[in-house]
Design a binder for this molecule. Structure first.
Ligand code: ZN
Ligand code: ZN
Length: 170
């Protein structure tokens, strides 16, 4: 009896966490949440950011397996992009990768769209822990500290673009 009550409590706590799951790195709702072997959950892009730096969990310092970024343990409860309402008619933002167009993650795409609608020529955005310049005028992005690494960007409807994936996820 006591045990099942405890189980219930655990279940409801987990559910609550799923809905408001906050990433301890960017302090926003997790986008493409990924769970590390230690159990901590972050946005996939945030994991990618700190995994590249010191290969350790940002919360508990447990080592991140080498293949985690290639085979992340992604949790399924984030709303997939294609299921969100009216997204087919919304403009999305894409950047050019090695072999095609990639879609920015939802949050980046929204921020870029907002800035674009303001009509400003360029703005700065943190992607994967690095500051990028999004240049609307010339239609490319580059890391602020290395303007030679330019990539083309474009704004289009999702149905018009053959996308390789979202933010490095296939
Ligand atoms: Zn995050
Ligand atoms: Zn951890």
């Amino acid at each position: 009896m006591a045990e099942s009550l405890q189980q219930q409590l655990v279940d409801s706590t987990c559910k609550e966490n799923d809905e408001n799951m906050e990433c301890a790195v960017c302090l926003q709702r997790c986008i493409h949440p990924a769970q590390l072997p230690c159990g901590h959950i972050f946005c996939f892009l945030c994991v990618k950011g700190f995994a590249n730096q010191n290969k350790k969990c940002a919360m508990c310092r447990q080592e991140i397996p080498k293949d985690f970024i290639d085979q992340p343990n992604l949790l399924e409860f984030s709303i997939p992009l294609e299921n969100s309402e009216g997204v087919e008619n919304d403009f999305q933002w894409f950047y050019e990768g090695r072999n095609g167009w990639w879609q920015y993650d939802e949050r980046a795409s929204e921020e870029i769209e907002e800035a674009f609608k303001l009509g400003i020529p360029s703005f700065e955005l943190i992607i994967c822990g690095e500051l990028y310049v999004i240049d609307f005028k010339h239609k490319f992005q580059y890391p602020k500290r290395n303007s030679s690494r330019k990539r083309s960007i474009k704004r289009d409807k999702i149905n018009n673009v053959v996308v390789k994936g979202v933010a490095g996820l296939r």
